[in-house]
Design a protein around this ligand. Structure first.
Ligand code: UDX
Ligand code: ADP
Length: 464
């Protein structure tokens, strides 16, 4: 089976970069990314490649190379579904905000809508690939919808979870640790479909790194990988609090522990808490699945990773209030960074949102600067919490265009995202322009504490 036309539904953080790389590496395949969001598609098609809607180092160059050649962005969803031999589903699967499983289960309505749309439009056989992170056994739901179309079209469903991390998406897609393809191993059609996807990845990935498995293993592997990664962050963050009490230093602990080859050194960077669209959602999902099978101990075990993360965000914010003589009411707090990590403009579940919310509840005046996140996004994130009206948020929050401006006349600076540019700020000048005592709270362990103390700052570093 040779694939010549790919359609990807969803032009977001997963669909956009993944399809750009597939198009770049496979010039003989036409790749079209479709989305119902016209503004997003228009941005992907912007003549100025620096205006594509997703900031990822290296991505705009790849889009520049492939766009218009074999990479296209379109809102004509039906037309592209019809043309494609292989359809990737990369739509969002947020945590449910209503009804059964509220706050835990993944909301699959967007996935289901896609499946129904494919079922309605398809006139020829197609391979449908789940790319979005999904609860285990979603493939079965897709299969049920697609197989009951009654128009004789045959579908093969594959699970191909995305392991890229934002901020390093291009590198992760170019050199993945592994690619995982789950499918129906019991039938020739299933194995052929899997081979068709293996052939695509084989254009740039050594075959030893392309794994195939049954579909449920593939779906569960994605949730498990994210749960393990998040667990490491919560584990080191739990230790950060103990370090602060005992006089140990969390980086020294992490280094010593990470040099044990059985443990390894990655994902031991203590922080104000993990964010991003995946970790919390996937663990909640895992907890929900475990509970639905009556596995309460399994569910409680994983839920603790989230509880620890919530605690870390809350205690960082509480530390600011306590240090500022137990009140921040009417005080100006500068927040440096809003994205959930550096090198992305994604803010989903960013710790900064929750820290800001806490400070706003304490009536602080919050001034925010992030190098890549728009003002519109920051206010949308605060409004989404539903704790205050947009006008109330706009009364208390100001978004500015530089770190220097944010810190001007502030009582305290809180560093929330580890952007490189924060390391090189003129901290002497910032200190001079702040109110005294000038407090600095480093939630990322990015800055040099001794240097800042020499300037005169009163510094708190998470885990020290
Ligand atoms: C994650 C997975 O890494 C990726 O494989 C999956 O496809 C999607 O989810 P992502 O959320 O983009 O990727 O970023 P990641 O680098 O995993 O960071 C997640 C959060 O954990 C960030 O807020 C980051 O700052 C935080 N983190 C990470 C730490 O606080 N400490 C660490 O040591 C590592
Ligand atoms: P992710 O991080 O998983 O890529 P995003 O929210 O960045 O998530 O992207 C998902 C995209 O999927 C959004 O741009 C959204 O408009 C799009 N989308 C959701 N449902 C549909 C649909 N039925 N048809 C086309 N696009 C859709």
């Amino acid at each position: 089976m040779k694939i010549t036309n790919i359609c990807c539904i969803g032009a977001g953080y997963v669909g956009g970069p993944t399809m750009a790389i597939i198009a770049q590496k496979c010039p003989s395949i036409t790749v079209t990314v479709v989305d119902i969001n016209e503004k997003r598609i228009a941005a992907w098609n912007d003549e100025d490649v620096n205006k594509i809607p997703i900031y990822e180092p290296g991505l705009s160059d790849i889009v520049k190379e492939a766009r218009g050649r074999n990479l296209f962005f379109s809102t004509e969803v039906d037309k592209e579904i019809d043309k494609a031999d292989m359809i990737f589903i990369s739509v969002n699967t947020p945590t449910k905000t209503y009804g059964m499983g509220k706050g835990m289960a993944a909301d699959l309505k967007y996935i289901e809508l896609c499946a129904r749309q494919i079922a309605r439009i398809a006139k020829t056989d197609k391979i449908v690939v789940e790319k979005s992170t999904l609860p285990v056994r979603t493939a079965q739901a897709l299969k049920d919808i697609l197989e009951n179309t009654g128009n004789g079209v045959k579908f093969q469903i594959l699970s191909n979870p995305e392991f890229l991390a934002e901020g390093t998406a291009v590198e992760d897609l170019n050199n993945p640790d592994r690619v995982l393809i789950g499918g129906d191993l019991d039938t020739t059609e299933g194995r052929d479909a899997m081979q068709a996807l293996v052939d695509i990845y084989s254009n740039w990935i050594p075959s030893i790194q392309i794994l195939t498995s049954n579909i449920w293993s593939s779906e569960l592997s994605k949730l498990t990988a994210n749960a393990f990664l998040a667990q490491r962050v919560s584990s080191i963050n739990a230790m950060s609090e103990l370090c602060e009490k005992t006089g140990a230093d969390v980086n020294e602990v992490a280094k010593a522990v990470g040099m044990d080859s059985r443990i390894g050194s990655k994902f031991l960077q203590s922080s104000v808490g993990f964010g991003g669209s995946c970790f919390q959602k996937d663990i909640l999902n895992l907890v929900y699945i475990a509970k639905s099978y009556g596995l309460n101990e399994v569910a409680d075990y994983w839920e603790q990773v989230i509880l620890m993360n919530d605690h870390q965000k809350r205690r960082f914010a509480a530390k600011i209030v306590q240090t500022l003589f137990n009140t921040v009411s009417g005080k100006k707090i500068a927040m440096l960074g809003w994205a959930f990590k550096k090198d992305t403009n994604d803010t989903r579940e960013s710790a900064a949102i929750y820290v800001a919310d806490y400070l706003l509840n304490e009536q602080a005046e919050v001034v925010i600067y992030d190098p890549k996140v728009t003002e519109e996004q920051i206010f949308a994130d605060l409004e989404y919490l539903g704790n205050r009206s947009d006008s109330e948020n706009r009364r208390l929050v100001t978004v500015v265009k530089s770190a220097k401006e944010a810190c001007n006349e502030a009582h305290a600076v809180a560093l929330l995202t580890e952007w490189d540019e924060f390391k090189d700020l003129n901290w002497n000048q910032i200190y001079d322009n702040m109110l005294k005592p000038a407090f600095l709270f480093d939630g990322r362990r990015l800055l040099n504490k001794t240097d800042l103390e020499e300037i005169g700052f009163d510094v708190f570093v998470i885990g020290s």
